[in-house]
Design a protein around this ligand. Sequence first.
Ligand code: C2O
Ligand code: CU
Ligand code: CU
Length: 495
Amino acid sequence: MSLKRRDVLKLGLLSGAGLALPSAARADYNSGGGGSSGSPAVTPFQRPLPIPPVLAPTSSDATTDYYEITMRQAQKEIIPGKLTTIWGYNGIYPGPTLKVRSGRRSVVRQINNLPESISVHLHGGHTPADSDGHPTDLVAPGAYKDYDYPNNQIPAPLWYHDHAVDVTGRHVYMGLAGFYLMSDAYEDALPLPKGVNDVPLLIQDRLFNSDGSLNYPLNDDTIDKGVLGDRLLVNGAVQPYFQVGRRKVRFRILNGSNTRVYKLALSSGKPLIQVGSDGGLLSAPVSRTSISLAPAERVDVVIDFSLYSLGTSVILKDQGGDGGWGGGSYGGSSNTMDILRFDVVRNETDDSSIPSTLRTVTRMSASSAVRTREFSLGKEWINGRRVWVINGELFDPSRFQATPRLNDIEIWKFRNDSGETHPMHLHDIHFQILDVGGRAPSAGDNGWKDTVLVPSWSSVRVIAKFTDNTGVYVFHCHKLEHEDHAMMAQFEVWA
Ligand code: C2O
Ligand code: CU
Ligand code: CU
């Protein structure tokens, strides 16, 4: 094992210092008393689904759209009658949605008016390393950084979120996440539902203190199992309702939770029609009665509300997604939780349809790979503290666990030597899943992906081509408490 002692010290895992919150955040956080009494009660379905505003560019030229975002602290009424301090892009949670075009560059100036250093990562972006939001590429309070995104990739539902080293979990929990939706002329020409019938859904679970403040209980147990909330939020509102017409509606669903894995299903038992995944459209639509969604994964689905009569409601539910440790429980209260209620309130003409062919995903064959790398996922004990490691190593920004050559095709095998599940995510590139526990992925999981759940005591193989960009990137578990402590490693693409 090669745990790096200086990093163990840096993380404060020997002293415990690293687990203390920075004083700037302490006023807004109560990391004690987590979970004992539960969050204040909220009656479900009292609020309409909020839709994050679309951000307009501050300027545009022939090749590029320029955006500006200021990260700042704000207050938001999440629990009725109480104010919650959040950290938001432009002071809102979720952050504003950026709508960009494949092949057209965008430059996003991120101004940090928060009390701590941040790093902004475009998750799913095929981004040059210096704009990728590496966890140690920090922007200090009062400073800004221009993130330069070529958007030279297949259109996909991307998202941006904080990635500051060691504290990503707390920063995202505070609200630092937003959608970055990419499209192109080909996708525009498909008859899928559009405009107000193309709806982003950011699903997150949270714990609240009785005064409405966020409760992020970081301790040995949550570093092990992750922080699980007992309230479900969609686009920043607890269990909202959404009024729909009797027609098809498309949903870009993002699991932005720190740790919780969902198993999404409709209360009617009718299927969700999946048209896309992390990296864009599937070759063909897939009808699924339930869909597992791990942290950072996205699923693009169409629900046909013409199958319901006027005046009925159907609920998007979590059936409990993480077999590894019973992640379906919410404070021990229930194994199934309502996420969002759709109310079918009007008849509506529907000129949309779901084409039988979406966008061809050519499957990569294992034989095209020039090498296979294997990574073990496990935990270590240091002075009675549990930490998460990849190939026995804590995150070490001076080391590389993989050095793929530009344009090489590689197979990466993640072997999970633990009883927890780990959603593994690679920056910069999209991959295809070759197998999970030796079995080929089901339809729906055989498109382009950037995050894959590795089941406990099992393994997953993915295949990818490292194109266009050289430089240093990270890969990590996207359970953010695991990532921060310190289940992350670097790869360097070289020419
Ligand atoms: Cu969404 Cu490195 O993460
Ligand atoms: Cu990422
Ligand atoms: Cu993990």
